[in-house]
Design a protein around this ligand. Structure first.
Ligand SMILES: Cc1ncc(COP(=O)(O)O)c(C=O)c1O
Length: 332
């Protein structure tokens, strides 16, 4: 039986509704009903729906798709690689492609950040780095040095520890966090600068706040400070000039590791592959990458670790990354 026009219009609308997918930050009361644009294809900076309507890809372009959509060389390289070898376990094997990529990445990395741990995305890079600093302090016999300092307005991903480091109020709604481990200081947002302070005084106030927090918790208990060079999804907040260099000096003074989350700012976003040194003139202990690393074409992230940290783990029993050798043996 032919459907009435209103019935078929209703069905057409139904075909555009997501009633099986849960989207991040979706209002649950509208699930299956919010009328999103369904994207059919993309090219350059544009997305197209089924009717051919052309939209600028604001969200993708802003965070992820640094080289634009539809770059054939990437598609061909991904196809060739998957056809040749889709997977080799990094636990037991290595591959030339991963080795060569890591070698090329570290050519651009600042200072002695020469050791790469690949992950499946940004949140897993954040979590791996935070777990690494705890692991590092355990091996150095500093079992109390586990606390993490982050900032309001920060976003560090969606794993439990990464989300705990995030400082955006909206993200905290009804979730639980590792509040016994993670502490927040205020955002270095120049728009909130009191009128009677110069930019430099405002910067020093924010830097002092970090030092005060380290002293309050106890430097022997603080493992790391995690910060985005520019607070990205928290409002694209550019900190006052000198903020990163000075907070880095405070971290060095108190033997606190500086983790620079360049998941958004890396890969050309600020005109360089790595922004911390080239743009902000300091060399962190650990840099986190994702998003632009593949321009969002395939999931990938990386933790780039200083050789100085790695060398401190040498000769401390037979330690393997994230596990101790005897534990691996006993589990085999
Ligand atoms: C600064 C920053 N860190 C970490 C993440 C988490 O990355 P992913 O979404 O790839 O897990 C994001 C994501 O937006 C981010 O902006």
């Amino acid at each position: 039986m032919p459907k009435s026009t209103s019935q078929s219009a209703k069905n057409d609308l139904k075909n555009t509704l997501d009633d099986r997918i849960l989207h991040p930050w979706q209002y649950l009361e509208y699930r299956g009903e919010d009328d999103r644009t369904f994207i059919d294809k993309s090219e350059g900076i544009y997305l197209y729906d089924k009717t051919g309507k052309k939209l600028i890809d604001g969200p993708g372009g802003m965070w992820n798709v640094n080289v634009g959509h539809g770059v054939k060389e990437i598609a061909d390289a991904v196809y060739d690689q998957i056809t040749k070898m889709p997977y080799a376990s990094p636990f037991t094997e290595s591959t030339e492609i991963a080795r060569d990529y890591a070698s090329r990445l570290v050519q651009y990395a600042p200072g002695d950040l020469k050791r790469i741990f690949f992950t499946s995305g940004g949140s897993s890079a954040v979590d791996s780095a935070l777990r690494f600093v705890m692991f590092y302090n355990n091996i150095l016999g500093r079992k109390e040095k586990k606390q993490i300092i982050s900032r309001n307005d920060a976003y560090h991903g969606s794993t439990f520890l990464g989300a705990s480091c995030s400082g955006k109020e909206r993200d905290k709604n009804n979730f639980d966090f590792a509040s016994n481990i993670v502490h927040h200081i205020s955002s270095p947002n120049p728009f909130r600068k009191p009128d009677d302070l110069t930019d430099e005084e405002f910067c020093d106030l924010k830097v002092q706040e970090l030092e005060n927090k380290i002293i309050e918790i106890g430097a022997d208990k603080v493992a790391a400070f995690i910060a985005e060079p520019i607070l990205a999804s928290g409002g694209v907040i550019v900190p006052p000039k000198g903020y990163h260099k000075k907070t880095h000096e405070i971290c060095k003074k108190h033997d606190v590791l500086y983790i620079s989350d360049e998941i958004v700012t890396g890969f050309g976003r600020l005109g360089h592959i790595f922004a911390s040194e080239n743009y902000f003139d300091f060399t962190p202990d650990i840099i986190l990458l994702a998003k632009g690393i593949t321009s969002g074409y395939v999931p990938c992230g990386a933790v780039v670790i200083s050789e100085r940290l790695m060398s401190k783990l040498d000769n401390k029993e037979k330690v393997i990354f994230f596990k101790r050798l005897h534990r691996l043996r006993s589990s085999c």
